[in-house]
Design a binder for this molecule. Sequence first.
Ligand SMILES: [Zn+2]
Length: 414
Amino acid sequence: MPTPPVDRARLLRRLSELAQIGRSDSGGVTRPGFSPADREARHYMIREAENSGVPTAVDAAGNLWLGPRPHPGTTTLVLGSHLDTVIDAGPLDGVYGVVAALEAVENLAPLDLAHPVTAVAFANEEGALHPQPFWGSLAASGQLPAPAAVPTAYDGTLLRDALTWAGGDLDAVQQARLDPDQLLAYLELHIEQGPVLEQESIPIGIVEAIVGRVQLDVDVMGAAGHAGTTPMPGRADALAAAAEIVLAVEGLPADGWCQVATVGRLEASPNSPNTIVGLVRLTVDVRDTDEAQLHGVADEAVRRIETIAQRRTVKVSCTRAAASRPVLTNTGLRRSIAAAADRRAMPTLTLTSGAGHDAQMMAAVTPTAMIFVPSIGGVSHVPHEDTDPGDLVLGAQLLQDTALAIASHPGSLR
Ligand SMILES: [Zn+2]
């Protein structure tokens, strides 16, 4: 079947126009989910889709559908990502996958396919304003945790109101749940947000697994005291103990416990220049693609922390604050992506994703895969996040080619 070319000018124009929506003084993009800027970006996509004759709809969770919503009597191939950003973000994280998905829907629309192909922008993936990341894909995959009594954003906005403005309905949010029998597969195109593809000079990554993570909230309780008058022997310095903990956590991957481990937040109190620190609150983030390994490393982190605490005569408490399961992408879909790349002689590399994505949620209800393109300098969630335009077009073309192959010949994905 002939493969329509991606409209390079249209793809890049939409990306640069979207980068202006929520633009901050620093040159970054601030468009948290359900914010006024997010609503503007959603309206922009609706206008673009409708100008091309693509139908649009918003479900109860605020997910924006560009193309037919999955419906009974057929199985739909869903392409998507998210339009919302973190604070002071770059122009591509999430947005690129949505713009490329619409591009594929537009170009494949005239063809007579065995399965419908549609695009979705999942609502509030980042959770930068309304504190439930992956809101839309969790709702779509039927995994949304019970919400707070009155879910409220960091700026005081009620989720109920924000969702209504976006076209959703908090009371009906379970209606956003997709029926797995109506889904063929989910494909997500995304920037890598890491350095691997650039270092290897390979334009396309095929994601084999998305890491799972465990977060521990750790309180280190020592004894505050005068920095001048308290003798060194007998001190219970919570910050000195925390310093050892930071290094012990950093050492976990080198000892084979997990892929990455980070203490990303640390608060000392009273945090005064002439007082021994009495309390430190810190977070431990460990990630791996193997679920058993992930639980093992969380236990090992707690063992290390408790050993340090005992030796330094401070008390600790460790709480599991968050966890997500690692996800393996679908083998058949990965093969389809590789075959489509081969047909255009695009070099590919199989890699894992260290960041979470909507695909991780969708994998619970349908065969799922992801395509990555290189990130210049390996950076993301910063204003200078960027990808070579040629790579952006290549990735969009591969998404479209793969979608065409899958929607024409579904094969045996299940
Ligand atoms: Zn993203």
